[in-house]
Write a protein that binds this ligand. Structure first.
Ligand SMILES: Cc1ncc(COP(=O)(O)O)c(C=O)c1O
Length: 400
């Protein structure tokens, strides 16, 4: 018996790869701070649970393949508040942003086609590219530039006749970069000139700091590329509802939506109760999102101040999302994280981060970098940073 080449070519998620080491540390009685994963510890609004409790049906049926009307309407209204108009047939509800991405890639790309993505990028993109046998072509970005995009000419250099799609995460996991309007203009111009689709993964839309202006690729300012644009959305981060598994694809390209809908029908439906709960989430007052934004900004600043005081550590303050890519003075960040879990603790406590190599497509990049998620509460972040500072002093593979 043999597994498919497709699945054998797929790598383990860098975020989860070292979990056995974390479990080993826990089995020895250590407390592990999980800075490796973007699982927010913010309370999910009560509205979700109330709506689920109030469900009065007596059968859990297959819901419509495109999603329940209440949730579609709630999302349309949410976008209206951003001055973005979507109609009912321009929204498909998905099992999280993850399914939204997977189905979108399946709809747009064949085996051997190329997708262009700024690197480092969300590691699950890689899993999807591998399983769909899509070739990823990175646009290299650097910590020193805050992971902003290079010039239009540099971007154009990586486009080939096989390129079909530009994919961005904005604000970005894992870098925290929030692209400027000018950068989005450049991507739009490239997409038009080279006849490409744009997938804009905007699941962190609310997480933009310092009063920075944020532009969605669905905004009216980008009307000239509206038929090329596909928005990936999710309630996971917005409402701290990762377990609801509710997301969406939104696009004004009706032909694309019609093709994508075939996949939605093939998987029948998205769980109904979670859709009911998520529709209610969209009634959450704006003040909730503002408070959460403030909280994350505070967490970002705690981590930034701490990292800035550590010798040999290089990072830039992220503009959005809740992640840092950080260069560490270590020989190899995976070895360092394993050492942290196996050999190091302060008063029985240690931390876990995601080695950054898995967020890059270019071999050799990210070897001495980690991704830090600041989704934990302030006091845990303060402790984690103390552990990291001391660990970097004691690690036998320290360089510099
Ligand atoms: C950039 C990005 N896109 C999509 C997702 C998928 O989110 P979900 O499937 O929970 O909606 C994540 C989750 O971490 C993410 O970071």
């Amino acid at each position: 018996m043999k597994f498919s080449n497709r699945i054998m070519s797929m790598e383990t998620s860098p975020v989860r790869k070292l979990i056995p080491y974390a479990n080993g540390a826990k089995a020895k009685g250590k407390k592990v701070y999980h800075l490796n994963i973007g699982q927010p510890d913010i309370k999910t609004p009560e509205l979700f649970f109330e709506a689920v409790k109030n469900f009065s049906g007596d059968i859990l049926t297959y819901s419509p393949s495109n999603g329940i009307p209440e949730l579609i309407d709630a999302m349309i209204q949410y976008y209206k508040n951003y001055d973005i108009d979507f109609s009912k047939d321009e929204v498909l509800i998905m099992n999280g942003g993850s399914e939204a991405l997977l189905f979108t890639l399946m709809t747009l790309l064949d085996k051997g086609d190329e997708i262009v993505v700024p690197e480092p990028f969300y590691a699950n993109y890689n899993s999807m590219f591998q399983v769909l046998e899509i070739n990823v072509v990175p646009i290299s970005t650097k910590i020193e530039d805050g992971f902003h995009l290079p010039s239009k000419a540099e971007i154009e250099k990586v486009i080939t006749p096989k390129t079909k799609v530009l994919l961005i995460s904005n604000p970005a996991n894992p870098t925290g970069v929030t692209y400027t309007k000018e950068e989005l203009d450049v991507l739009a111009a490239v997409a038009k000139e080279k006849d490409l689709f744009i997938i804009s993964d905007e699941v962190y839309r609310e997480f933009v700091y310092d009063g920075l202006e944020y532009e969605s690729f669905a905004s009216k300012a980008k009307a000239d590329v509206k038929d090329r644009v596909i928005i990936i959305d999710s309630v996971s981060k917005r409402y701290s509802a990762c377990g609801a598994r509710i997301g969406a694809v939104l696009s004004k390209n009706k032909d694309f939506m019609a093709q994508l809908y075939k996949l939605c029908q093939a998987r029948l439906s998205v769980p109904e109760l979670e859709q009911i709960g998520s529709a209610a989430l969209y009634k959450t007052p704006q003040s909730y999102l503002e408070e959460v934004n403030e909280e994350y900004k505070k967490r970002r600043d705690i981590v930034f101040d701490a990292l800035n005081n550590m010798e040999g550590v290089v990072c830039r303050k992220p503009e959005g999302a809740f992640y840092y890519i950080v260069k560490l003075p270590v020989d190899n960040s995976e070895k360092f994280v394993i050492w942290l879990l196996e050999e190091f603790d302060i008063d029985g406590e240690t931390l876990m981060m995601a080695p950054a190599e898995g967020f890059y497509a270019t071999p050799g990049r990210g070897v001495n970098e980690v991704r830090i998620a600041y989704a934990l509460k302030a006091e845990d972040l303060i402790k984690s940073m103390k552990i990291l500072e001391e660990a970097l002093k004691q690690y036998p593979g320290r360089v510099l």
